[in-house]
Design a protein around this ligand. Structure first.
Ligand code: BES
Ligand code: ZN
Length: 664
């Protein structure tokens, strides 16, 4: 698969890249896995047989026997030792009365003690036997707890005393020099997909929903935020209490603490940010209420009370993360002109698709992300107009199209077999963009109003549940195909299955277009082919999307002279828009345009968002003229990067070294 690809094929979130293997290494690995499987190692690594829909291959937990219903956290964030520790008390239900073991997920946790009590009888808690089960490089270690033989009357609770490892994959600890205000250190969690287990022992599968309560201690003067209601907060003492009364999957439990301030941005919305970002963020996201109302109009009431935004330090590895009640957001969307706010529409949209109706396994990620990308577009359309939504559709298609040229066929299915892979690597344009185009196709076939009724029904019927790809396909069959025969709509069940279970795009897919971007094509042609002076481009009137489209489609080898002409007039090297700067720097790297060197260093040392930095590293690492510089910059930037960004860049470094070794 991967090894057959000739050109270096990193696509931002390509599925196999993290492995960075040569053919012989790959063969060796397969052999090793086979041996391990034969020795009874983690069943998740066996690639035998068909995938079973609804089976979570990325968790050791046994929720079909014993299921966690509520989590009570009492934790302290220790910034000196970079650990979070204390107790977690799990309220469990024995679904099978004879079940005698609770299996939890964990990764590098130190467990000190496990106790059991019933109801409120904490003082008569009794110690329980426990042991570590299997360890798997992707999944962590099973924590097996032996339960008392007879389940008591009243609620059964398991209390675990533990602390996290300083290298916990789900937490990033930043020194105060690495924050925007430089006044206090910062910590934040990123649980999706399977990192919750690195700081809380729990059933880390999206099929288990639980309510939670938390008491969190942080150093005096700091503010803590969680994906829950703040019950009380005392900044001076650094003591906070949170409550999440709605049942959520573990990947949505989230915590951040630092020198955070808050500002109201709407009747049910606040922004939390370090002081230097606060005003800019409040202005950038001032349309929050209009967006929430647009969402409600489409899919029903917003169910989570408040919708707040937390602006993280620039090392946050994602654009955004839809933690309920408070989305975590990269500061790189603060463009000053609201031009990147569709990312907020995206995270908000997850309040329905994802947080309310949740993918049952990571194979079903497209039900979260494809629905959300579709829904994001509907909100953007309503709040900012059809043309912006159309332009973003084109940009998304271009990104997917490129990625499809590089991904192996098996990674191009909406429902992708992730057995033996890190679920973080399902994070390609396929679940997002192919997923949304599938929904666009259904919308187009049945008409918007019928499709809206259909989607509303899907959300209403599955609220607070987890859903599988197969469940959705059946729902489509019953509620769309069943209501109107294929000869009237032009879409058959075969086509539906083609979208979900086959690589590439079905032939019914129509490439999106945009009038405004078509004009940009003409301007680009005039500039590249007919020598139009750079100052004659109507760039002042262009939106971010038009600029991105202009830059992304310039010829790769446009040449330094042309770049200098553009730069002189449009000052692209100095652009404060993180996306425009990204597209520009990529082009500059490909053309060895020397004027960007300083800006490139600065960019890579200040931003840790994978989508923005990884393609720049890739372009540099592949190019002998840039490679050493990329390695030098990475060395300096690494301490500020999140674990996920480090992993991706380091795998690229390895992969490209092999490519250069073999003269590819
Ligand atoms: N939930 C995702 C982030 C995620 C997905 C984390 C899978 C881990 C595994 C979030 O909603 C997201 O999609 N973020 C995008 C935003 C963009 C598509 C608008 C990002 O970070 O780039
Ligand atoms: Zn998303």
């Amino acid at each position: 698969m991967k090894t057959k690809r000739t050109k270096s094929s990193y696509s931002t979130f390509s599925i196999y890249d993290h492995m960075g293997l040569r053919p012989w290494m790959y063969a060796g690995l397969v052999l090793l896995l086979a041996v391990l499987a034969a020795c009874g190692s983690a069943p998740q690594r066996q690639h035998k047989g068909m995938v079973q829909p609804g089976v979570d291959y990325h968790s050791f937990a046994n929720p079909d026997e014993v299921r966690v219903r509520h989590i009570d956290l009492d934790l302290k964030a220790d910034f000196d030792n970079k650990t979070i520790g204390g107790t977690v008390t799990l309220t469990i239900d024995r679904l099978k009365p004879e079940a005698s073991t609770l299996i939890l997920d964990s990764r590098n946790l130190q467990v000190e003690n496990v106790e059991w009590f019933a109801g409120a009888n904490e003082e008569v808690a009794k110690p329980l036997e426990w042991h570590w089960g299997k360890t798997d490089p992707l999944l962590g270690t099973a924590l097996k707890i032996s339960l008392p033989e007879n389940s008591p009357a009243g609620e059964e609770k398991i209390r675990i005393s533990y602390h996290s490892d300083p290298q916990a994959t789900g937490l990033q600890w930043l020194d105060k020099q690495q924050t925007a205000s430089q006044t206090a250190p910062f910590v934040f969690s990123q649980n999706e997909a399977i990192h919750g287990r690195s700081w809380i022992p729990l059933q880390d599968t999206p099929q288990v929903r639980q309510t939670y309560h938390a008491k969190i201690r942080v150093p005096a003067g700091m503010k803590a935020v969680m994906s829950a209601k703040t019950v009380s907060g005392d900044r001076q003492q650094g003591l906070y209490e949170f409550d999440m009364p709605q049942a959520i999957p573990s990947y949505l439990i989230a915590l951040a603490a630092g020198d955070l301030k808050a500002r109201k941005i709407g009747p049910r919305s606040r922004v939390f940010a370090e002081k230097p970002y606060l005003k800019a963020a409040a202005e950038e996201f001032s349309d929050m209420e209009a967006m929430i109302q647009a969402g409600e109009k489409l899919y029903g009431p917003y169910q989570w009370g408040e919708y707040n935004l937390l602006i993280l330090p620039p090392s946050f590895p994602f654009g955004g993360m839809e933690n309920p009640r408070v989305s975590f957001i990269t500061p790189t969307v603060l463009a000053g002109d609201k031009s990147l706010v569709s990312l907020i529409a995206h995270e908000l949209a997850h309040s329905w698709s994802g947080n309310l109706v949740t993918n049952a396994t990571w194979r079903d990620l497209w039900l979260n992300e494809g629905f959300t990308t579709y829904f994001e577009s509907r909100i953007t359309e309503q709040v900012y107009g059809k043309e912006i939504a159309a332009m973003e559709r084109v940009l998304q298609w271009q990104s997917l199209e490129k990625e499809l040229q590089e991904l192996p066929p098996e990674a191009q299915l909406l429902a992708v077999d992730l057995r033996g892979h890190d679920p973080d690597d399902a994070f390609s344009d396929v679940p997002y963009v192919k997923g949304r185009f599938f929904l666009d196709r259904l919308e187009q076939a049945y008409g918007r109003s019928a499709f809206d009724v259909f989607l509303r029904k899907w959300f209403d019927q599955h609220a607070f549940e987890s859903v599988t790809t197969e469940g959705f396909v059946e729902f489509v069959q019953q509620n769309l195909l069943g209501t109107q025969p294929p000869h009237r709509t032009g879409i058959s069940m075969n086509e539906v299955r083609r979208w979900v279970y086959q690589p590439g795009m079905p032939h019914t897919f129509v490439k999106p277009t945009s009038k405004k971007l078509h004009e940009v094509d003409q301007w680009r042609d005039s500039f590249t082919k007919y020598n139009l002076p750079a100052e004659k481009l109507p760039g002042k009137a262009w939106s971010t999307q038009e600029w991105l489209y202009f830059l992304n489609n310039l010829p790769d080898a446009i040449g330094q002279e042309q770049l200098a002409r553009l730069d002189k007039v449009w000052r692209l090297t100095q652009s404060h828009n993180s996306e425009i700067a990204h597209s520009w720097l990529l082009l500059a790297i490909k053309n060895h345009y020397p004027a960007v060197t300083e800006r490139l260093q600065d960019y890579l040392q200040h931003i840790g968002r994978r989508k923005l930095v990884v393609p720049l590293y890739e372009a540099m690492l592949k190019d002998p003229q840039w490679r050493q510089q990329a390695l030098d910059i990475y060395q300096k930037a690494r301490p500020g990067y999140h674990h996920l960004t480090r992993m991706t860049v380091e795998n690229l470094i390895k992969k490209t070294a092999q490519a250069t070794d073999t003269g590819k």
